[in-house]
Design a protein around this ligand. Structure first.
Ligand code: SF4
Ligand code: SF4
Length: 433
């Protein structure tokens, strides 16, 4: 066993209200400077949606991450051959238009407008050129568009707006997905950099860019399947989320965690076995990737792991931090947090608790809508389709999502009883399965 420590984050999507406070406070702290206007190291996407940058999840388009070819794991882009072929030109780079052209508003007109019949309008102005612009795109542009859960069977007799209400609006769903760099255990941004400028910190796994060593190749941008490396047009260096390492070193949480309105971000240290990383990233059956990732983590309460951690030089404080880690508890012990797109094979370290959404049509005539007797059989009728969550978090394994949602239902039911001063029904917990 080669033991390593890693910082990770769990976000409870049930609690995200899409307020973007995390993005703004991150921006004010880290990217509020020339050359970084278009960067959102933390962004919040409305899902289903095309995301930021546009269609980042479309790996055929974006050519990011790893693929399994003939049983061998290869970088989709930024690999050795690609590096040689594209040495002066990287055709897989995401163009700036897919991020958006940063803009501000013409506040002067708004403030200095003379009195008129109609309210003055502050037109958008490019922050790069200073010109007025016709906006067609921006991060989270699709905020109010959402998707449609096509469960209802269409009735040929229902037409027009009535049809829209019955079969589209009533079944509309959306959720928020806050995203930062995943500080992956198997980071392709690191392995695709020809200059060795991106590195994974030995002590805590935080992935950083050495600004002195960066030579502007931008293969990290291509290699990252989550599209979380950005290019500063002024300094000509790559930049990315630093997991607020100066704050972490001072014992403080990341800015996004501290300022999160929903209090949904949990930070923690985990120990993992470096010898298992390659095998976990190379599992052929995509649906086993989540399990293989889980298998990489080490139990910080196991005496053998504690001894290995001491031998590797980790202090008692770090061992204690790993034992108290909410990330370990939520992801590994309770198994209610799941990795984002495990099929990218980078072993990401920001995990998500899937959101519980209302059960469509399951509540009629039922007084206790939270009770598991109602909720368990209705899990498949959730407003957010299980298949959609599985596509995001388990490479399509709907069973894992079902189990997690049942645990969430059981927990809610239990806590509701406790908060109402009633006797909780513990049999609910046993029935999660
Ligand atoms: Fe690198 Fe972060 Fe992208 Fe993972 S998510 S590949 S660590 S930039
Ligand atoms: Fe969601 Fe918290 Fe960010 Fe608000 S601050 S958008 S609640 S993650």
């Amino acid at each position: 066993m080669r033991i390593k420590a890693q910082f990770g984050m769990v976000m409870n999507l049930d609690k995200c209200i899409g307020c973007h406070t995390c993005s703004i406070t991150c921006n004010n702290t880290w990217t509020n400077r020339p050359g970084a206007e278009y960067m959102w190291w933390n962004n919040v996407e409305t899902k289903p949606g095309i995301g930021y940058p546009k269609e980042w999840e479309n790996q055929d388009l974006r050519k990011g991450g790893w693929v399994l070819r003939d049983g061998k794991l290869e970088l989709r882009a930024g690999g050795r051959v690609n590096k040689l072929l594209n040495i002066f030109y990287n055709p897989d780079i995401t163009p700036i238009d897919d991020y958006y052209e940063p803009w501000t508003y013409d506040y002067e007109t708004l403030i200095n407008s003379p009195e008129k019949q109609h309210q003055p309008v502050a037109r958008p102005k490019s922050q790069l050129t200073g010109e007025y612009m016709e906006l067609t795109w921006g991060p989270n542009w699709e905020d109010d568009l959402a998707g449609v859960h096509e469960t209802g069977k269409r009735d040929p007799n229902v037409r027009g707006i009535e049809e829209k209400v019955k079969f589209e609006f009533e079944q509309t769903f959306m959720m928020y997905l806050p995203r930062i760099c995943e500080h992956c255990l198997n980071p392709p941004c690191v392995s695709s950099c020809p200059s060795g400028a991106i590195y994974k910190r030995d002590e805590d796994g935080i992935v950083l860019v050495d600004q002195e060593a960066c030579r502007s190749w931008r293969f990290c941008m291509t290699g990252c399947p989550y599209k979380k490396v950005y290019f500063n047009w002024k300094t000509h260096k790559a930049e990315k989320c630093t997991f607020c390492f100066p704050r972490i070193e001072a014992g403080l949480p990341t800015v996004c965690s501290e300022t999160c309105v929903g209090r949904l971000r949990y930070i923690g240290l985990v120990f993992y076995d470096l010898d298992k990383v390659e095998a976990a990233a190379s599992v052929t059956d995509e649906k086993q990737l989540y399990r293989a990732h889980l298998d990489v983590f080490l139990n910080p309460n196991d005496p053998e792991v504690i001894a290995a951690a001491r031998q590797a030089g980790y202090s008692e404080d770090w061992i204690e931090a790993a034992q108290r880690s909410p990330v370990y508890k939520l992801a590994v012990e309770q198994q209610i947090a799941l990795p984002l797109h495990p099929e990218y094979r980078t072993l990401p370290m920001v995990w998500y608790i899937p959101p519980l959404s209302p059960m469509m049509g399951a509540f009629e005539g039922t007084a206790d809508v939270i009770h598991p007797h109602v909720m368990f059989p209705a899990i498949d009728q959730m407003r957010i389709p299980i298949e959609y969550l599985a596509n995001l978090l388990t490479a399509g394994d709907t069973e894992v999502i079902r189990t997690v949602l049942k645990k969430m239902v059981a927990m809610r039911s239990y806590m509701r009883a406790v908060n109402l001063g009633k006797e909780p029904d513990v049999s609910v917990l046993e029935r999660v399965g």
